[in-house]
Ligand binder design. Structure first.
Ligand code: AMP
Ligand code: MG
Length: 274
């Protein structure tokens, strides 16, 4: 287990300042998880352990874990939530999806809605998209002036530092799928009537901006992988490999946080329930 988690981080963790070329990164993780059944079994074990550790985190009530999931359309953000946190009690995990900002949200600074959704002490917070949309879609589609976007990388780093210094561990996963895999997944949404609802014509506009998005992600990985909140680029063409990797990192992180059940200031043997 310890050996595997080290291998995973050797493959996915981005060191501060590391230059990433996404074209050169494999969207499959056949070295780490060659066998589907074994990967799925490992994911299940991690999911159970994550639930037990979150229980202790809640009892301890002094720290939180934030898991950020970023990736282009069809990269598997929803599927990851389902695959990794499905053993957690619904009281312990809070998932927030960030779509196009509302008028209320646009009237504030871009981190306002993000900070409002940060997990409370004792909780695991999961973000499906995040503050990074404001330097990704906003950059790829030119929704804000370049100098405004330029300031945001440092603002995001400072915000994440603030969170970590106040007791929230921050994990960031970029779900890396290939252009061919996205084609298949988008086509499947058109081919399967019950998946039609997941398709949005604007997905094709974003696909046409593939290179702009890849570039925007590379800048994010270069400038926002920090000591306090590093990025991990997860090979995501195979859903079961993606889930196994993320479940393993979340599990290991919670183990290292090592949440402790509080000791009561009374002795259980002094009481009797009658
Ligand atoms: P989905 O995740 O498929 O529900 O889509 C949400 C959409 O909201 C995506 O197209 C995102 O790019 C978009 N979105 C999320 N955050 C922002 C933002 N800050 N500014 C503009 N668009 C955003
Ligand atoms: Mg979408």
């Amino acid at each position: 287990m310890a050996k595997l988690t080290k291998q995973i981080d050797d493959a996915v963790l981005i060191a501060p300042g590391e230059k990433v070329n996404l074209k050169k990164r494999d969207a499959r993780a056949d070295d780490l998880f060659p066998d589907r059944e074994a990967a799925e079994a490992a994911t299940k074990e991690c999911a159970k352990a994550i639930d037990a550790l979150q229980n202790a985190l809640w009892a301890e009530h002094s720290r939180a874990l934030l898991v950020i999931l970023q990736g282009i359309d069809t990269s598997g953000k929803d599927g990851t939530v389902r695959g990794v946190f499905n053993k957690c009690g619904p009281l312990g995990v809070n998932v927030t999806a960030f779509g196009r900002p509302s008028e209320e949200e646009l009237a504030r600074d871009f981190l306002w809605r993000i900070h409002m959704a940060a997990p409370k002490k004792g909780m695991i917070g999961v973000f499906n998209r995040s503050q990074y949309e404001d330097v990704l879609v906003v950059k790829a589609r030119g929704l804000a002036p370049a100098e405004v976007i330029e300031q945001r990388y440092e603002q995001i780093n400072a915000f994440e530092k603030h969170l970590t210094e106040n007791g929230t561990t921050v994990l960031k996963f970029m779900l890396n799928i290939s252009k061919d895999e996205q084609k298949e997944r988008l086509q499947a949404r058109l081919d399967e009537p019950e998946a039609n609802w997941k398709f949005n014509p604007s997905d094709l506009e974003d696909r046409a901006l593939w290179d702009e998005y890849q570039k925007a992600y590379e800048v994010v990985l270069d400038r926002c992988s920090t000591e306090h909140a590093p990025w991990r680029v997860v090979p995501a063409d195979r859903k079961w490999q993606r889930n196994a990797i993320i479940a393993s990192v979340v599990h290991k992180t919670l183990e290292e946080m090592n949440p402790k059940y509080p000791k009561p200031d009374w002795k259980a043997s002094d009481f009797k329930v009658i």
